[in-house]
Design a binder for this molecule. Structure first.
Ligand SMILES: NC(=O)c1ccc[n+]([C@@H]2O[C@H](COP(=O)([O-])OP(=O)(O)OC[C@H]3O[C@@H](n4cnc5c(N)ncnc54)[C@H](O)[C@@H]3O)[C@@H](O)[C@H]2O)c1
Length: 310
């Protein structure tokens, strides 16, 4: 059964779906922690989900669980509405290693070209779920998809970057109950289809340009990294002066506005002055006199001085 909608220019667009307008046919490329957990969560929502992976062992394990899975060598996008790409992007020599992702994208591009020949009316959307530096999708992945498929992104197929936020130790539960979905979209059609995919989660959906979604995922992780580092740094100070860090830090979550007011510090108000500035400088000197190094807080002072200069 198909559903009719309109693209940005008002031209009619037919999106062909398998059963009814709610059910989408999803192919999860890369079925590790993220791919498997999100695939199962989407299946629980009523979507049809198949998996493809480069690793024979992964494919066999999925099949043993009664799931539809195939090796990448047999990639077939017939009937598929969305291709969700969740392959690993490890850090190698301090850079995001995109080799796995680019290999998967090359295979998906070839398969898109084959599928378009047999099903020219279906607007498939390639959805990148892997964490990647801002600009990667537009600068590297979309050109590769176009070259391999011989098709045009935004005309013959759609693209989205929809990051995943699950915690690996709670993967299945987190995938089934996202706090929100951030949908980076190449065009409105791509975003519409991804929105229909995740809408049944019943959580907020935030649509934005692709590089904003890529950036958001990093800022999300960096915010957590900075917070952990901040308290680790000050834990060393607490230990050195014989203070109970857990008690003080727990109390700070109640007293410091930066921890209880979610919007605090996120607005463009420039550098900080007054008590924050004077106390930061005095504390850094006090710590230095005791041989305590506070690189994160020293960096905070540098950053504030830079924004002071505009
Ligand atoms: N693990 C987490 O907690 C978590 C959370 C959020 C986001 N992420 C991000 O999601 C992405 C996936 O992470 P993960 O932990 O699921 O990785 P993973 O290593 O568990 O799984 C990756 C899977 O991709 C497969 N694969 C590799 N190359 C392939 C190819 N060319 N074609 C098809 N399959 C291929 C691997 O065999 C593996 O099964 C990464 O970018 C990661 O940063 C991870």
């Amino acid at each position: 059964m198909g559903s009719r909608t309109h693209d940005l220019a008002g031209a009619p667009l037919v999106i062909k779906l398998d059963d009814d307008v709610q059910t989408l046919h999803v192919l999860g490329v890369g079925a590790g922690v993220v791919g498997r957990a999100t695939g199962l969560a989407l299946r629980d929502l009523g979507h049809r989900v198949r998996f493809a992976d480069i690793d024979d062992g992964v494919v066999e394990r999925l099949r043993a669980e009664g799931l539809e899975a195939s090796h990448m060598a047999n990639l077939d996008l017939a009937g598929v509405d969305l291709v969700l790409v969740s392959v690993q992007t490890p850090t190698f020599e301090d850079h995001a290693d995109l080799r796995y992702l680019e290999a998967a994208i090359a295979d998906i591009g070839e398969a898109l070209g084959r599928a378009a020949a047999s099903e020219p009316d279906r607007y498939r959307v390639v959805v990148v779920r892997s964490t990647i530096p801002p600009g990667t999708t537009e600068d590297r992945l979309i050109p590769a998809l176009e070259t391999r498929s011989g098709l045009r992104a935004g005309e013959d197929f759609g693209v989205s970057m929809t990051p995943e936020y699950l915690r690996h130790w709670n993967a299945q539960a987190d995938a089934g109950a996202p706090r929100a979905s951030v949908v980076g979209e190449l065009d409105e059609r791509s975003g519409d289809l991804v929105e229909r995919l995740v809408a049944p989660f019943g959580r907020p959906i935030h649509r934005m340009p692709i590089r904003a979604a890529e950036f958001h995922k990093y800022v999300h992780n960096l915010a957590n990294a900075a917070k952990i580092s901040f308290f680790n740094e000050l834990r060393e100070v607490a230990t050195s002066i014989g203070v109970d860090a857990d008690r003080v830090f727990g109390l700070v979550t109640e007293t410091a506005e930066g921890l209880w007011n979610a919007a605090y510090g996120t607005l463009d108000l420039g550098s900080f002055e007054g008590c924050l500035s004077k106390d930061l400088r005095a504390f850094l000197s006090w710590a230095a006199e005791r041989g305590l190094e506070l690189p994160l807080l020293s960096g905070a002072e540098d950053t504030n001085r830079r924004s002071e200069r505009g």
